[in-house]
Design a protein around this ligand. Structure first.
Ligand code: NAD
Length: 313
């Protein structure tokens, strides 16, 4: 019997679609659950992947998981909007905590279940300034979103204790890539503003730093995590800090623009600096981040330009 069935929840989203594309053509039989709330059907090759359109919180999802009996799950489906999590805490917790529990519980009774890989986030560390952050660093989420990810991790750790549940939680740093049209992250915003000839918005002095990681490196890390034998939590990052002003400088150079930013007051709740150590995952697997920020930005800006040319035809 083939024991390589993999379910990717949120497989039609930004990161999920990358993972699906990497796995197509491999030994895995691929299943996706997605409610298409932010993802799109067109993002994945539906002729080679079984797509179930439903909510991860639903009975329908539970029944589907029992029916297909996946050996592996990469759980990406979530509401990812930090601002929305502040405004609608109940909804955020319902999708991110209850949804995760529903998927996890459905996997607990499967006959040959090998690993549950959970997409967590650097948001669990909140404004901890003890950089670089390691997995044992203090977790002090500053948003309901960060809290929901931490609670998801803790349920997994608890179920490892009580049910021997095999899992891996990956805390992603700031993920960027070719999501030009709809992304709300700083790089997507800069792309839209620079390509539209508008002054990019910088909050505060722009000297705040982030650990930016290219989406292809995240997708590779998720695939490596399937085979990790040690349950637990791992940071996925580049372990490099880049200031927002430097991001803008690099993007201006790549796009051959010279647009100065429009500076607005710092936003309440924004953290000053972020950098995650990736040593633990690199000691455990052969995964390495392959893209410098310059290389990742060049690749995603080229992809964005190609998409725009196709759309304008
Ligand atoms: N993008 C980042 O910078 C980042 C950073 C840290 C962690 N993460 C985590 O990575 C995961 C993927 O993020 P992304 O950037 O690809 O987001 P995304 O919004 O592009 O993808 C999420 C996918 O899940 C689906 N979905 C949402 N709610 C659902 C529900 N209730 N039932 C079924 N499907 C549902 C959406 O339609 C979408 O296809 C998320 O868990 C997110 O929290 C992302």
């Amino acid at each position: 019997m083939l024991e390589n069935k993999i379910l990717i929840t949120g497989g039609c989203g930004f990161i999920g679609a990358k993972v699906v594309k990497l796995l197509v053509g491999s030994d895995y039989e691929i299943f996706v659950i997605d409610d298409l709330s932010t993802g799109t059907r067109e993002a994945i090759p539906t002729n080679r992947v079984a797509l179930k359109i439903c909510d991860i919180r639903s009975e329908e999802a539970t029944r589907y998981i029992a029916k297909i009996e996946p050996n592996y799950v990469i759980h990406l489906a979530a509401q990812i909007d930090v601002q929305m999590s502040l405004e609608q805490q109940l909804l955020d917790a319902d999708i991110n905590v209850m949804g995760t529990l529903n998927v996890m519980q459905a996997c607990q009774s499967l006959p040959d279940f090998k690993r549950f890989v959970f997409a967590s986030s650097a948001a669990v560390y909140g404004d901890n300034r003890d950089l670089p952050l390691v997995e044992a660093s203090l977790t002090v989420p500053t948003s309901p979103y960060g809290m929901s990810k931490l609670v998801g991790e803790q349920y997994l750790a608890l179920n490892e204790e009580t049910h021997d549940f095999p899992y891996c939680a990956l805390r992603f740093a700031n993920v960027y890539g070719d999501k030009s049209g709809f992304g709300k992250d700083v790089i997507s915003n800069f792309w839209r503003q620079l390509s539209g000839g508008v002054a990019p918005t910088v909050y505060g002095d722009g000297e705040q730093t982030r650990d930016f990681i290219y989406v292809d490196d995240i997708a590779q890390a998720l695939i490596h995590a399937l085979k990790v034998s040690q349950n637990g939590t791992y940071n996925i990052s580049t372990d490099e800090q880049t200031s927002i002003q430097d991001v803008l400088r690099i993007m201006n150079t790549i796009l051959s623009t010279t647009i100065s930013p429009q500076q607005l007051p710092a936003r309440i709740g924004d953290i000053k600096d972020s950098r995650l150590s990736n040593q633990k995952f690199m000691m455990t697997t052969s995964w390495r981040p392959r893209y410098t920020l310059q290389a990742g930005l060049e690749k995603c800006l080229k992809a964005n330009k190609r998409k725009e040319q196709v759309l304008s035809k």
